[in-house]
Design a protein around this ligand. Structure first.
Ligand SMILES: Cc1ncc(COP(=O)(O)O)c(C=O)c1O
Length: 439
């Protein structure tokens, strides 16, 4: 914890009295890191400032969106113009077409697009569309994946003793319409499709996972997902809310050259404003209201601020060399961390794709949810607290993904490695608790 955090502590207490856990999204809680949640005021470039005036180099990146760094001047200028012209009109605007064209260019599989306001909304709508489009209801997805807080994607979120199904509020019927398979498990996936293929509406996959650590698909795994869904006439949904515009401009589908039937986007898409989108095959998208019977709507969907700021961000990201630069910075950071940890005898895995990465204190590579349950959470806790004391913010959760932005300088990356080597003694003796509530 930064030395001077009096204002944060006081305000967090007050916030906790009016908001469950003191946070408006459980991710933000520092609970798993066994410390009070700090309260932040502003961000600029690679840094954010808390209300006590402590400045942190930020590898959280707002959980993904801040790929250009915080408050990029060109994006803010565009958003300002949109605000002056009225932030919400509730009617169609030219910015929706401009934004859709930019998204389509990056994601050619999205023949038609709908804009919504969050990743969770995009995923829920895509699942409904797949169900309506196939006239089937079974959803297959992967254990430990995160797709937002919709009923269809929550029920197996963690062991029964931590999350008694009845108390989660997810209807039993919803749970019965979902099958969960371990990520990267070819055989189980094959078996499920063999047994229940005719009932499957959709296979929902994060092509590269984030919340159980950055896990890359084993060679051929996404191809297997494509092949099985095509065989049984199910819809392949890529949840690229985290990976879209992050691991490449065209997301994981550009990296792995796989065409999804439906794709979900969010985070970076809005240039820092609330955003989500789903889209894909024209024949499916035309089943949405007002053309078809699948309903989805929203007062703020495609609002001018998000469309104009988002289009500006996507244009900036489309410049030559952006993703090479991001990958280079990330590789420098991670090889520094890995080499330092190895010298000190600390087992660490540093999986990454582009500028999306995880620091997983584990002897073995993490390939699925069960592996992610074995990572050394106590070691991460000390890492998190000590890095924060030294002005560097990582995700307050041992298995979540971190990010590098275009605003991070080589000097800042070197400083991060130097600080890591200074704090790298990692006594975890006095710690009692393990993994937090999220799993
Ligand atoms: C892969 C994935 N899907 C969906 C979501 C939900 O997005 P949002 O928080 O914008 O609702 C997230 C958020 O972290 C995500 O990482």
């Amino acid at each position: 914890m930064p030395k001077k955090s009096i204002k944060s502590l006081k305000l967090f207490k007050k916030l906790s009295a009016v908001t469950p856990g003191g946070v408006n999204s459980p991710f933000r809680s520092f609970h798993e890191m066994q410390m009070p949640t700090l309260i932040f005021l502003k961000g600029n470039g690679s840094k954010i400032w808390d209300i006590d005036g402590n400045c942190c180099l930020d590898y959280l990146g707002a959980w993904g969106p801040a790929i250009l760094g915080h408050a990029h001047p060109e994006v803010i200028k565009e958003a300002r113009k949109a605000i002056e012209d009225s932030p919400v009109l509730g009617v169609s605007t030219p910015w929706e077409f401009e934004m859709a064209s930019l998204v389509q260019k990056a994601f050619p599989s999205m023949e038609m697009i709908r804009f919504v306001n969050s990743g969770a909304e995009a995923v829920e709508a895509a699942i409904r569309l797949a169900r309506g489009g196939t006239k089937r209801s079974l959803l297959v997805r992967f254990e430990g994946g995160y797709h937002g807080h919709g009923d269809s994607v929550l029920w197996t979120y963690g062991p029964e003793e931590h999350h008694p199904i009845k108390e989660t509020g997810v209807p039993k019927g919803m749970a019965e319409e979902t099958v969960c398979v371990p990520f990267n498990d070819f055989q189980t996936l094959d078996e499920v499709f063999k047994k229940q293929g005719e009932e499957i509406a959709a296979l929902l996959v994060e092509p590269i996972t984030g919340s159980m650590g950055v896990i890359l698909p084993q060679p051929g795994f996404l191809e297997k997902c494509r092949e099985l869904t095509t065989q049984v006439g199910a819809i392949l949904i890529f949840d690229e809310v985290l990976t879209g515009f992050r691991v490449a401009l065209g997301g994981a589908q550009e990296r792995f050259k796989i065409k999804a039937d439906l794709t979900c986007l969010g985070k970076i898409l809005g240039g820092g404003f609330p955003a989500g989108a789903y889209g894909g095959r024209k024949d499916l998208m035309e089943k949405l209201a007002p053309l078809g019977y699948v309903y989805q709507a929203g007062t703020f969907s495609g609002n001018p601020i998000t469309m104009r700021a988002g289009a500006c961000a996507v244009r900036l990201l489309s410049r030559t060399g952006v993703y090479e630069k991001l990958e280079k910075k990330t590789k420098t950071l991670l090889s520094g961390i890995k080499q330092t940890a190895e010298k000190k005898g600390i087992p660490v895995q540093t999986p990454h794709a582009g500028s999306l990465f995880s620091i997983l204190f584990s002897e073995k590579p993490v390939l699925n949810f069960q592996d992610s349950l074995k990572i050394d959470v106590k070691r991460y806790l000390v890492f998190f607290q000590k890095m924060l004391e030294n002005g560097i913010l990582f995700p307050p959760s041992a298995s979540d993904a971190a990010v590098v932005s275009l605003a991070h300088t080589s000097i800042e990356i070197e400083q991060t490695i130097t600080i890591f080597s200074k704090i790298c003694n990692f006594s975890t003796k006095k710690l009692t608790s393990g993994r937090g509530e999220r799993i």
